[in-house]
Design a binder for this molecule. Structure first.
Ligand SMILES: Nc1nc2c(c(=O)[nH]1)N[C@H]1C(S)=C(S)[C@@H](COP(=O)(O)O)O[C@H]1N2
Ligand SMILES: [Mo]
Length: 299
């Protein structure tokens, strides 16, 4: 049988509508949460996205447990509305911003990105969100700012993993300002045409597709513009294994495993491994950010 690519058989608009159509037709009793639409983007990959079921049942979100199925099991209880993101530090308009302020419906874009976890598995995810640059512009970046720091919610009553010292809570991440302003960097509020499921970082999470997944911090409550390189959770915990940059790099192995290949979730037992690409395949867009840097030292 001839192999057709997903993009050959499914016009993007049809595919976008499919989920809400199915939801509407399937059962009016199960009222779907308001559907989201994101404008198609040239930054999206043509690769076939993983299924909604795969993306929402195989997760890393240690606030809800360390098992891949723990977030799907435990994150449902998280209250994500109301939600305020505090933007502070070296900004002109510090304060509390709502998710609608930061990612209004008319600004949403669809970004189908590869996601490569440092543990050497990967997926393709159709996010909906807005460029982080648009959010930072709302707060007004002061000229002295050089980095952006992010923090996840701390609420052990609803995040059972936080009752144990698995990580130094809150989960923290950071980017250099030019990485944060890069057009590929988004804050996501949706997945397919659904509001972001809790296990994927509701109501708003970072997505930096050329970096290992741990940089893409979930359920963000604070964004701080700083002059100094901020703390990032995994780097602070184990600096010899997890760098601040964490750019996907098949030539720099993790001390305990190779980063040359990856296991694509959903490929099946006999699907085989695929080669990991430099900057997760986004080198044309981002390599210039690291010109002249030794990427083996700055891993
Ligand atoms: N707050 C928080 N953010 C997090 C994590 C986490 O444990 N806590 N895990 C990270 C890791 S290791 C990965 S691979 C991605 C996984 O995102 P996904 O579950 O939506 O695929 O989320 C990242 N963001
Ligand atoms: Mo990860």
């Amino acid at each position: 049988m001839m192999k057709l690519k997903w993009s050959d058989v499914t016009p993007k608009a049809d595919w976008l509508n499919r989920r809400s159509f199915l939801a509407a037709g399937a059962a009016l009793a199960v009222a779907p949460a308001h559907a989201l639409t994101g404008k198609p983007s040239a930054y999206s990959t043509d690769q076939k996205p993983n299924s909604f079921e795969e993306i929402t049942n195989y997760n890393n979100f240690y606030e809800f447990g360390t098992g891949k199925e723990d977030p799907a099991r435990n994150a449902g209880a998280l209250t994500t509305d109301p939600w305020t993101v505090q933007i502070d530090g070296l900004v002109e308009r510090p304060g509390g911003y709502s998710v609608d302020d930061l990612a209004p419906a008319n600004a949403l874009e669809e970004r189908i990105y590869r996601l490569r976890c440092v543990e050497a598995w990967s997926m393709v995810v159709p996010w909906i969100g807005v460029p982080l640059a648009s959010v930072l512009q709302k707060a007004g970046v002061s000229p002295s700012a050089k980095y952006v720091a992010f923090e996840t919610l701390v609420r052990p009553e609803e995040m059972p993993g936080q009752k144990r010292p698995i990580l130094d809570w809150p989960y923290r991440e950071g980017l250099r300002l030019d990485e944060a302003m890069h057009p590929l960097t988004i804050l996501a509020t949706g997945l397919y045409s659904d509001p972001l499921p809790n296990q994927n970082g509701a109501p708003i999470r970072l997505v930096v597709p050329w970096k290992y997944g741990f940089k893409s911090i979930k359920s963000i409550v604070r964004i701080t513009l700083t002059e100094r390189q901020p703390v990032s959770t995994w780097n602070a915990l184990q600096p010899s294994e997890y760098g601040f940059y964490a750019n996907v790099n098949p030539k720099v192995d993790h001390p305990r495993w190779s980063q040359a290949t990856e296991r694509k979730i959903g490929a099946g037992l006999f699907g085989g491994r695929q080669e990991t690409l430099m900057f997760n395949g986004y080198g044309d867009q981002v390599a210039a950010l690291y010109a002249g840097m030794d990427l083996a030292k700055n891993y």
